[in-house]
Design a protein around this ligand. Structure first.
Ligand SMILES: *Cc1c(COP(=O)(O)O)cnc(C)c1O
Length: 494
């Protein structure tokens, strides 16, 4: 029998995982959760001595149980192949006395590929009818847009439209999007900043007239953001994969607990680690690492979540977040599944900008999660120190986690630091940290200089952009975004 997902804010309407993936967010604004994670545990045979793809199949078949095994096999085959430049998609390598889980070997060189390469296939199989089309809309500050474009390109029954703030993303980020091939993709720069772009995308989702017009053509709008069950569940697999590697190489014996240090923004990645723990992975501690926007460090330390604070633009931009949406799922589990309590906290966050946990729940939270943060200066120092001591160049997001790991008391447990992006994605910041003056250098010049300094090669996914054709040079006023979406739907589906 299939089990069901329901909203973090109500037990009322149960949906299948296909519905949850199609809809993204519950109608009451809550996130989809399920109550039976501990009865979905993997056995050691499911993840020891197994390649990543097989571990992923075990995880997906437990939590997305209304998909057929054929569908999950086809989805994992399509998502996890030679589009990754590591033979097993992810790998776990030494980083000094710790380990680094390299999650950046996908087509866009950041960890979001692990979920966004498979989500489109899951969405394609989750369509209600074979004639239905799903158009995914995304506003991006840089990284997510490209990962969505690459994942959805040429996936049957789906299309993707990405809007980015014109002039406000890096050279390389713009090229990654502008050069995206595929018959079902649309990319458009928007005059304005990220918030303008994001709020207009939200307005398009809320535009019922547009929704009705598209529905008569069997087209449904959807989103690929990190609260979607179809993004969360695939991320669980690599926690098991890293564990497997350390057992295989003799660092730990099977059953011995492992510590994971996770650079955190929207709380999706580290929440997947918590799910892995509930599903039987021996985890001693999950460590939440933040940058200067340290709303989570303060929350785990004091039990008070307060988003009323200045927003900082940092050199780890994918973690520049003051509302960590996926935290709502943790609050649900922490409170023993108390929907009313979660709804009241989220209400308070909306209206007052903050909420406070009971002292009992704060204690539980602190048992499960440790935390720490690194500002930009500490992050740069961590990049430099890591390079000097190990010869390995890490990206600024990874460096935040490395700094937090280094600050912790050594417990004796083996540690895995999640490495979420290739340093070449952030060449200028990394070079700066290593002491090179990058003023006047464009994205490719920085890439070249980083190759020289680090004696490594830039990933082809990024260096090949130099010669790639520019396919999407359009830019538009915010008010024109709806028209761009409708034109894209007509071009792709009709
Ligand atoms: C998105 C992202 C993160 C943060 O992950 P969350 O799931 O939002 O916590 C960290 N590093 C990089 C490079 C990212 O792109």
């Amino acid at each position: 029998m299939n089990s069901f997902y329901h909203s973090t804010r109500s037990n009322a309407d149960a949906v299948t995982s296909k519905q949850a993936i199609r809809e993204g967010i519950a109608p009451d604004g809550g996130l989809y959760v399920r109550d039976d994670l501990s009865s979905k545990a993997l056995t050691a045979e499911d993840y020891l001595n197994k390649p990543f793809k097989e571990i992923s199949r075990s995880v997906l078949s437990r939590l997305l149980d209304d998909f057929t095994q054929e569908e999950l096999n086809a989805a994992t085959d399509a998502a996890y192949g030679d589009n990754f430049d590591a033979s097993d998609c992810v790998c776990t390598s030494p980083l000094g006395t710790d380990w680094m889980l390299e999650l950046f070997h996908g087509p866009t060189c950041a960890f979001k590929d692990i979920a966004l390469q498979i989500l489109p296939w899951l969405m394609s199989y989750a369509r209600a009818g074979a004639n239905d089309k799903i158009m995914v809309l995304t506003a991006t500050s840089g990284d997510t847009g490209k990962a969505a474009l690459d994942g959805f390109a040429n996936v049957e029954g789906t299309g993707v439209a990405v809007f980015y703030p014109a002039g406000k993303v890096s050279d390389i980020q713009r090229l990654q999007m502008v050069c995206q091939p595929g018959d079902n993709v649309a990319v458009c720069g928007v005059y304005g900043n990220f918030d303008d772009t994001q709020s207009q995308v939200k307005a398009i989702f809320a535009d019922h007239e547009l929704g009705d017009r598209l529905a008569t053509k069997n087209i449904h709008l959807s989103s690929a953001n990190s609260i979607n069950v179809g993004r969360l569940v695939p991320q669980i697999s690599y926690y098991f994969a890293a564990y497997n590697t350390l057992v295989q190489n003799g660092t730990i014996s099977a059953g011995e607990p492992l510590e994971y240090v996770v650079p955190t923004g929207n709380f999706g990645d580290v929440l997947a680690g918590y799910y892995a723990k509930l599903m039987g992975l021996p985890v001693s501690q999950l460590v939440v690492a933040s940058n200067t926007n340290k709303v989570l460090t303060d929350f785990i330390t004091t039990g008070i979540y307060n988003r009323k604070r200045p927003f900082h633009t940092t050199i780890s931009p994918s973690m520049d977040i003051l509302i960590s949406s996926n935290l709502e799922r943790l609050l649900y589990y922490l409170s023993g599944g108390d929907c009313e309590y979660v709804a009241s906290l989220m209400n308070s966050l909306n209206e007052a900008g903050s909420y406070q946990l009971t002292s009992e729940l704060l204690e539980k939270l602190q048992e499960l999660f440790a935390c720490g943060y690194a500002d930009d200066e500490m992050t740069r120092a961590s990049i430099k120190k890591t390079f000097d001591e190990t010869g390995i160049v890490i990206d600024p997001h990874t460096a935040v986690a490395k700094h937090v790991a280094d600050e912790r008391e050594v417990s004796g447990a083996a540690r895995v630091i999640l490495s979420t992006a290739s340093p070449y994605k952030f060449s200028a910041s990394v070079l700066g940290a290593l002491g090179t003056d990058t003023s006047g250098m464009n994205g490719f010049a920085c890439m070249d200089a980083l190759e020289f300094v680090s004696k490594t090669s830039a990933p082809v996914q990024l260096s090949s952009l130099r010669d790639a054709a520019h396919l999407h040079e359009d830019e538009c006023e915010r008010e024109k975004m709806t028209a761009v979406v409708e034109a894209a739907c007509a071009r792709i589906f009709l």
